[in-house]
Ligand binder design. Structure first.
Ligand SMILES: Cc1cc2nc3c(=O)[nH]c(=O)nc-3n(C[C@H](O)[C@H](O)[C@H](O)COP(=O)(O)OP(=O)(O)OC[C@H]3O[C@@H](n4cnc5c(N)ncnc54)[C@H](O)[C@@H]3O)c2cc1C
Length: 508
């Protein structure tokens, strides 16, 4: 059945123009399929947006690219021009500057183990750098064990083995007469790193993905490992340039786009997806009187799309309870000081308060949040050399309504890293969970995390194949999860499953 469709080169309806869907669309078009993308908003990229005003430009979604290999592979597989010919990728160095609760600061060089160890030893003393370096070696083991099933391959049918075995080789921790091993990221911090600042550094990586370090499995150690091993990259002009390049690659491969086209239902016949139904008002897009129903041999939908057919019993449930983001775009007078770090993480002075606010029984916006400050060195984002474009962000509960004083609190925290910030502000623009919900379609503006091996499979995402033949899910709410590289991989996996069929086991 699938083989017939492949031989006949099917018509494929892709729902949404998020990064995962675009990656799938380009690959499927290259494989010879006729691909049409139906996007409910007026533009491509999903969360990857840019806000412009008065000559200033800001990324409002993700602003740094981990693991660029995923997008390099997409460009290699879909055309002659490599990624680097379409966008300018810049290594961010230092990878991040950290300002800890006690005022200690450290700048960590990009992708250099020796450099990171030396910087931490110098800033924190007491062989802290060595402990972090040793931790990265163990984190690498977790990465090596999970890289294939949790990034490069379709979700294993026996996914529960990923839940039962902790892939991080935790150190034995002796306390009184008992020996235990860290099961959560917070325990790794407390028992193996043994310095509140190193623990904050570790936990900050989980928090940046919206995960509670007290509940995130020890294997979430792969998150700092990924950043350390593959570096942190900036796309000149802002991350929207990456979305543009992927969109243009799709167009060059003859993918068709229909904007302002919300898919309301996946059509089924005899246990198979046979097309999609669109909300009204877009009929001109389909030519002569086809109306609002579009037939297709395969349908590719975002995992977050409402109204998808129910999943079969025994499948992984979607990730639950993930938070959103509050982002503040600041137009500043005065030049960006030479040598400013591109990214500064200002760690919370009230760890318990922040985690309780975000992950407790009654989620609320933390009063004293961890704030990420982004100051790209990019003349394309400012009207002239006497101004600076700065982006602040913090994790907030999904659906949170944001008040002015909460935005003021974010700016006040950022002042710990950028003194005089408020005096330099010309204006600010606030992006709330409601904006993210509008741009992505995810309820409450929740942001998906990458798949991780955790008990009960609670941090996995549903597989890309569904209970309905011919229907596949893509993007951050399906395997292998959220974030630019993971969503990009979901596109590669969906394309492999459609082109090669259910036997497809990954392209690496
Ligand atoms: C503020 C913010 C900060 C982030 N920061 C980071 C970060 O630092 N690092 C990182 O790795 N990741 C980050 N992410 C996550 C990352 O942006 C996403 O995981 C990634 O862009 C993948 O998105 P996606 O493919 O799931 O598509 P999405 O961006 O979720 O887009 C889905 C698209 O589908 C469309 N759509 C949905 N339903 C329908 C329908 N029924 N009909 C038609 N169209 C539909 C939507 O309009 C949207 O365009 C961040 C996200 C946000 C919002």
């Amino acid at each position: 059945m699938v083989a017939d469709k492949v031989a006949g080169m099917g018509r494929i309806a892709v729902i949404g123009a998020g990064m995962g869907a675009l990656a799938a669309a380009a690959r499927l078009a290259v494989a010879g399929h006729r691909v049409t993308v139906y996007e409910r908003t007026q533009t491509y990229g999903g969360a990857v947006r840019r806000f412009e005003r008065d000559g200033f430009g800001f990324d409002t979604g993700p602003a740094l690219l981990p693991l660029p290999a995923v997008y390099r592979d997409l460009f290699v597989k879909t055309g002659k021009e490599p990624l680097e010919a379409c966008v300018e990728l810049v290594q961010v160095d230092p990878s991040a500057r950290h300002v800890f609760a006690d005022g200690t600061e450290v700048s960590l060089p990009n992708a250099s183990r020796a450099g990171v160890v030396a910087a931490l030893d110098e800033a924190l003393g007491a062989r802290a750098g060595q402990r972090w370096g040793d931790f990265l070696v163990r984190a690498r083991e977790a990465w090596d064990r999970t890289r294939r099933p949790l990034l490069e391959e379709p979700l294993w049918p026996n996914w529960s083995v990923l839940a039962d075995r902790e892939p991080y080789p935790a150190l034995p921790h002796r306390r009184l007469l008992r020996t235990r091993r860290a099961g959560t990221l917070a325990e790794v911090g407390a028992w193996e790193l043994r310095d509140p600042r190193l623990a904050a550094l570790l936990e900050g990586h989980a928090l940046a993905y919206g995960l509670d370090p007290r509940a995130a499995p020890a294997s979430a150690a792969v998150l700092p490992y990924m950043e350390h091993a593959f570096g942190t990259w900036y796309v000149r002009g802002g991350m929207r340039e990456l979305a543009r390049a992927v969109y243009e690659r799709c167009v060059a491969r003859r993918v068709e786009f229909v904007f302002d086209a919300e898919v309301t239902r996946v059509l089924e016949k005899d246990g198979r997806a046979v097309g999609v139904e669109l909300a009204g008002g877009t009929s001109q897009a389909f030519g002569s009187g086809e109306g609002r129903v579009v037939e297709a041999d395969f349908v590719v939908a975002p995992g977050s799309a409402a109204g998808l057919p129910a999943r079969a019993d025994g499948e992984v449930a979607p990730q639950q309870g993930l938070p959103s983001r509050l982002t503040v775009l600041l137009a500043l007078r005065g030049a960006r000081p030479e040598g400013s770090a591109h990214r500064t993480v200002v760690h919370t002075v009230d760890r318990e308060g922040e985690l309780e606010s975000l992950f407790g029984a009654a989620p609320s916006v933390p009063a004293r949040p961890t704030v990420t400050v982004l100051r790209p060195d990019d003349p394309g984002l400012v009207p002239d050399g006497d101004h600076e474009a700065l982006v602040l962000s913090a994790v907030v509960p999904a659906g949170a309504e944001i008040r002015d004083e909460q935005v003021d609190a974010l700016v006040a925290v950022a002042e710990r890293a950028v003194p005089g910030l408020r005096d330099r502000a010309l204006w600010r623009e606030v992006r709330t969970p409601a904006d993210i919900a509008r741009e992505t379609g995810a309820a409450g503006g929740a942001v998906p995390a990458p798949a991780l091996a955790a008990a009960g499979g609670r941090l996995l995402h549903p597989g890309n194949s569904t209970g309905l033949q011919g229907l596949f899910t893509v993007g951050g709410w399906s395997h292998p999860g959220g974030g630019l590289p993971h969503a990009g991989m979901s596109g590669a996996l969906v394309s492999g499953l459609i082109v090669e069929g259910p036997e497809f086991r990954g392209s690496q």
